[in-house]
Design a protein around this ligand. Structure first.
Ligand code: PMP
Length: 373
């Protein structure tokens, strides 16, 4: 057996083998999965904008006007007016001085963490931060201190233990909404610690943009903390229905990122149709903040229905609903059983979540009807 075959077999033995499933329809509240129509409960297309007619039309018009691709990285010939315009609109949306687009959230985290921390610096990172933050920390070559999930006292201890001039720069990085649990970081307390310990704060709002805060502006905006965070990261591939990501912050930060963020320097600029789609989605969100309420109504209905069926879900209206299973194989079995009844919610297993916490991660969408929920 080749080493690759042996490793694949070992994954399968441990209930950890993965493969892609095939969707052959647009990303709606229902999709055609492996030839069958099923209710989609595991998409980050929270506001249903990926398939919105205005978003599709904007992408099509941009392809006609600007072509399919940007052709080069931002610093070569890839910065087109459509990049600048969307950056201006996103900065205005978040009330920051400046904004910089990246190819994806994964690339943005690697770029911004690597820019704000390097050898001789220290990053404090929540234990359940997204894999792109974990990889950004690793690639940065900074010392990385992982604090217990949402544990402010532990973060404070870590900051105290790793203080005293041993490190040149200090960075705290956290998701605002944690992607696999749907819980929220205590940003007010983290912001206060950052200020007290002279640390910069980077907040990944990937699952909060379009879903939480005034008009879907995220948790920092909801808590009035826009000034506490040195950098806010948002993605275009979730509630904004497209692909790509951005970092918002001061002009100085963005000027610096243009000079040192390697995924921005060495990767092709995001393509015009994707940006036009995101811009159209942003406009829809700005013009109809009621969309965010529709998402939470759908989530509350789903949570209520699950509780009635005896599932252990918290009450409320958070759009991410984890159904904890534990064992990897049991999670896969539950996923298959749900599919057999016309519901698609992918099983989530390690390394996406810690060992022994495999689950179905259900997500509501504004476009789900109460009946579907
Ligand atoms: N940050 C978080 C919190 C995420 O959940 C994700 C994607 N699931 C990313 C970043 C990466 O974003 P993208 O999919 O645009 O690479």
């Amino acid at each position: 057996m080749s080493d690759v075959a042996a490793r694949l077999a070992s994954l399968a033995e441990r209930g950890l083998q993965r493969s892609t499933r095939l969707v052959s329809s647009a990303q709606g509240p229902t999709v055609t999965l492996d030839g069958r129509e099923v209710t989609l409960l595991c998409s980050n297309n929270y506001l249903g904008l990926a398939e919105h007619p205005a978003v599709r039309a904007a992408a099509a018009a941009a392809a006609e006007r600007w072509g399919a691709g940007a052709g080069a990285s931002r610093l070569v010939s890839g910065t087109m007016s459509i990049h600048r315009e969307l950056e201006r609109e996103l900065a205005d949306f978040h009330g920051t001085q400046s904004c910089l687009l990246f190819g994806s959230g994964y690339l943005a985290n690697i770029g911004v963490i690597g820019a704000l921390a390097g050898r001789g610096d220290v990053v404090f990172s929540d234990a359940l931060n997204h894999a792109s933050i974990v990889d950004g920390c690793r690639l940065s070559r900074a010392d990385v201190v992982v604090y217990r999930h949402r544990d402010i006292e532990h973060l404070q201890q870590c900051l105290e233990q790793h203080g005293g001039g041993r490190h040149e720069r200090r960075l705290i990085v956290t998701d605002s909404v944690f992607s696999m649990d749907g819980d929220i970081a205590p940003l007010r307390e983290i912001g206060a610690l950052a200020a007290r310990h002279d640390a910069r704060l980077l907040v990944d709002e990937a699952h909060a943009i379009g879903a939480l805060g005034p008009g879907g502006r995220g948790v920092l905006a909801r808590e009035g903390l826009e000034r506490e965070a040195g950098a806010l990261l948002g993605t275009l591939g979730k509630a904004l229905g497209s692909y790509g990501a951005y970092v918002c912050g001061g002009q100085e930060l963005c000027d610096y990122l243009v000079n040192v963020a390697r995924p921005l320097i060495f990767s092709t600029a995001p393509p015009p149709p994707a940006l036009a789609a995101a811009a159209a989605a942003l406009r829809l969100l700005r013009d109809d903040p009621g969309l965010v309420g529709e998402l939470h109504n759908a989530a509350a209905t789903l949570r209520g229905a699950l509780a009635q069926e005896g599932f252990a879900v918290a009450a409320g209206d958070m759009h991410i609903i984890p159904l904890l299973v534990g064992d990897e194989r049991d999670a896969v079995r539950l996923c298959e059983a749900a599919l057999a009844r016309g519901v698609f919610a992918q099983a989530i297993r390690p390394p996406t979540v810690p060992q022994g916490t495999s689950r179905l991660r259900l997500t509501a969408m504004a476009s789900h009807s109460p009946r579907q929920m």
